[in-house]
Design a protein around this ligand. Structure first.
Ligand code: PGA
Length: 246
């Protein structure tokens, strides 16, 4: 399974800049040792998907509702994302968990809805600075993992320490390796052989300068990239840093 480099555009880019970015990605994303995924805001998702039609670059949403349709003003369902051209969806990002008080149970319901609609979820987990300082990082991530993933889960898990997101700070390679092997063990214990096919992405201040060393860490099967995914050069530089023997 090739590593996955996923771009989380968050609440950035109007249509013109979004199309300029994916046109550059489409033109320059050649002979990569990874798969590429872009997750634009819902307003430009269908346009982005149309521009990427026929290219290997995949498109994902940044969240979905747990119901397929219904009276939920402002929300977007998994079948709607699929209909707009998405094949993936990010769920349980720490910004959703904090801005919208999303619980593990809600993230789990959303992941179930995504799978039912034929979308592959990227479920995010990660500890806060205070939790890490209290020596609770492993415990928190284990709890989030146990309660955010539905039975029969497939797709990807992203380990994103909350304090590393947008901060320019990252855990040490040893810390990342330790957390990723803990996640791998939990996935295999719960899902058996299928647990080995779930990618574990690292996210939080991934940039061209640190991508090579982060992507070389055992059990890091890709990256979830925020800020550096908004420019074609930096996103592609990260994709090119994937070791070819992964
Ligand atoms: P960052 O964001 O790369 O800007 O730190 C990562 C994320 O929030 O997914």
């Amino acid at each position: 399974m090739l590593p996955l480099i996923a771009g989380n555009w968050k609440m950035h880019l109007l249509r013109e800049d979004a199309i300029r970015l994916v046109s550059a990605l489409r033109a320059q994303a050649t002979s990569l040792a990874c798969e590429l995924l872009v997750c634009p805001p819902a307003t430009v998702l269908a346009d982005v998907a149309a521009h990427l039609a026929g290219s290997p670059i995949m498109v994902g949403g940044q969240d979905c509702h747990q119901a397929p349709f219904g009276p939920h003003t402002g929300d977007i369902s998994a079948p709607m994302l699929r209909d707009a051209g998405a094949s993936w969806v990010i769920l349980g990002h720490s910004e959703r968990r904090s801005d919208h008080h999303e619980s593990d149970a809600l993230v789990c319901a959303k992941a179930k809805a995504a799978l039912a609609a034929g979308l592959k979820p990227v479920v995010c987990v990660g500890e806060t600075q205070a939790e890490r300082e209290a020596g609770q990082a492993e415990r928190i991530v284990s709890i989030q993992l146990a309660h955010s993933l539905p039975d029969g889960f497939s797709g990807a898990v992203a380990y994103e320490p909350v304090w590393a997101i947008g901060s320019g700070r990252t855990p040490t390679e040893t810390e990342i390796a330790g957390m990723h092997s803990l996640i791998r063990e939990a996935l295999q214990a719960r899902f058996g052989a299928a647990g080995a096919t779930i990618r574990i992405l690292y996210g939080g201040s991934v940039k061209p300068e640190n991508a090579e060393s982060l992507l070389a860490i055992p059990e890091v099967s890709g990256a979830l990239v925020g800020g550096a995914s908004l420019k074609a050069e930096s996103f592609l530089a990260i994709a090119r840093a994937v070791p070819s023997n992964h």
